[in-house]
Design a protein around this ligand. Structure first.
Ligand code: SF4
Length: 59
């Protein structure tokens, strides 16, 4: 599963890491980064719920 976060769109709200802590965390710049590309339903949910639509997932 390919998961990317557009750093220019991310506002660092932390929603994705709350929903899916195994896949996302906030980095020292306060932006979300991908820590695992394991397939997971919560990563898809996080992409759906990101307020900036900054998360992109390709199967
Ligand atoms: S939910 Fe979206 S805007 Fe919020 S931290 Fe994650 S990627 Fe960034």
């Amino acid at each position: 599963m390919k998961i990317t976060v557009d750093q220019n769109k991310c506002i660092g709200c932390g929603r994705c890491s709350e929903i899916c802590a195994n896949t996302f965390r906030l980095n020292t710049q306060g932006k979300a980064e991908v820590i695992s590309t394991e397939k997971s339903d919560c990563a898809i949910q996080a992409a759906d719920e990101c307020p900036m639509e900054a998360i992109f997932i390709e199967e």
